[in-house]
Design a protein around this ligand. Structure first.
Ligand code: GLA
Length: 381
């Protein structure tokens, strides 16, 4: 994406440049809509945007990735499925307008992203946060980074209809170089945890299997958790599933009297405890134990929560031949996994996974060596 592309498309000069990262979650999967603690970090794959202000109240959006442009005006921002990706940025304008923020002029925005779309690295939260950040910057809305994340999250849930938790929007907005974010999704309190692995790295493994049915399956899991919570609340005084401990599980099993719902709760409770453990162990750089926790998390997501799928299972099995541990990251079903691997084994692991994965699936997978980076940035050109 270059200035000349913007000029050619909009017949105007770009005035600002912005970027927002993507994310991986190190541990704490599918518990951000159950009041648990999550442990994500922002990574060095980005959505970027060039922007100029318009004289009218229209929004012209172009995506270099899909090569599509849409023109909308502030007075007609209702969700329209046929607009596809554009519903993410449009939702931000819609939510801000409904909250009464003054959006003084329209914008031209030219987006470009190197985040593999639909791969579980949160390309959608990246464009949502980026757009909220752009509005905050240009219209001087005086939102802090957590408030930006909350606007983006509201847009994803209310406008785009995915009943997701706050994790993705929060980490992309609050990302900090070489740190993970330990976020309590119940209180929204957070702290940064330095990721200073000695001699090892987190590597991203992309199964390159496009997600299908992810949204309906995701919302199905949310509904199952809500159902289990309702039943448990009839007897115990809790407000979310992550208030339970492993030691509560036996009595919960009898109360639920439903194997599937019980396994969902078991995953939630055990995963929340794994986050606490992971946070303690990462401070000691105990890579073997971190690897075990990652593997346990994947197993729980596979057997109890049933969100992994054969491609994620395969790629994590292959990775474990070289890595300390590996697990799916994000919503799952397909998409990406992460592996914790000693730096001197990365090349060998990459070669092995690429050839074995291809042999067994006929699909080429991708492997990314990523950096842990800061949240959104913007500047005047
Ligand atoms: C998706 C959602 C997040 C979170 C993860 C699973 O990425 O957007 O809120 O629930 O799945 O941990």
């Amino acid at each position: 994406m270059e200035n000349k592309d913007f000029i050619k498309r909009f017949n105007d000069n770009p005035e600002y440049i912005f970027s927002a990262p993507s994310r991986i979650n190190l541990i704490g999967e599918h518990i951000d809509y159950n009041g648990g603690k999550v442990f994500p970090c922002a990574i060095s794959l980005y959505t970027k945007a060039l922007v100029s202000r318009r004289k009218d109240l229209n929004i012209r959006l172009y995506s270099e990735n899909t090569k599509t442009e849409i023109l909308a005006d502030f007075n007609n921002l209702n969700y329209d499925k046929s607009l596809g990706w554009a519903n993410y940025p449009l939702g931000i304008f819609y939510i801000l307008k409904n909250k009464g923020y003054s959006l003084k002029y329209g914008l031209n925005i030219y987006y470009s992203s190197n985040i593999p779309l639909g791969s579980g690295l949160s390309s959608s939260a990246s464009i949502l946060d980026l757009t909220a950040y752009i509005c905050n910057y240009i219209y001087n809305l005086e939102l802090d980074n957590l408030e930006i994340a909350l606007i983006a999250h509201e847009s994803e849930v209310k406008y785009n209809g995915l009943l997701c938790g706050i994790m993705d929007e929060a980490i992309i907005s609050l990302g900090k170089k070489n740190n993970a974010l330990l976020l309590d999704t119940n209180s929204l309190k957070y702290e940064y945890v330095p990721i200073e692995l000695k001699g090892a790295s987190f590597v991203v493994l992309n199964t390159n299997v496009p997600r299908s049915l992810t949204e309906s399956k995701y919302n199905e899991r949310v509904a199952e958790c809500n159902k289990a919570l309702e039943i448990i609340k009839s007897k115990y005084n809790i407000s979310n599933l992550c208030e339970l401990k492993s030691s509560d599980l036996t009595k919960i099993m009898n109360l639920l009297n439903d194997d599937k719902l019980f396994r969902r709760v078991k995953h939630i409770v055990s995963e929340n405890e794994r986050v606490e453990l992971f946070n303690r162990v990462i401070k000691n750089n105990d890579l073997s134990i971190l690897g075990i926790i990652l593997n346990e998390s994947h197993k729980s997501l596979k057997d109890d929560y049933e969100v992994t799928g054969k491609y994620l299972d395969l790629i994590t099995i292959l990775a474990r031949k070289y890595a300390y541990g590996a697990r799916m990251t994000g919503a799952g079903f397909s998409g990406c996994a992460i592996a914790l691997v000693s730096n001197d084994k990365i090349e060998e692991m990459e070669k092995y996974i690429k050839s074995e994965y291809k042999k067994q699936t006929s699909i080429d997978c991708d492997i990314y060596k990523i950096d842990i980076v800061d949240g959104p940035k913007g500047e005047i050109l």
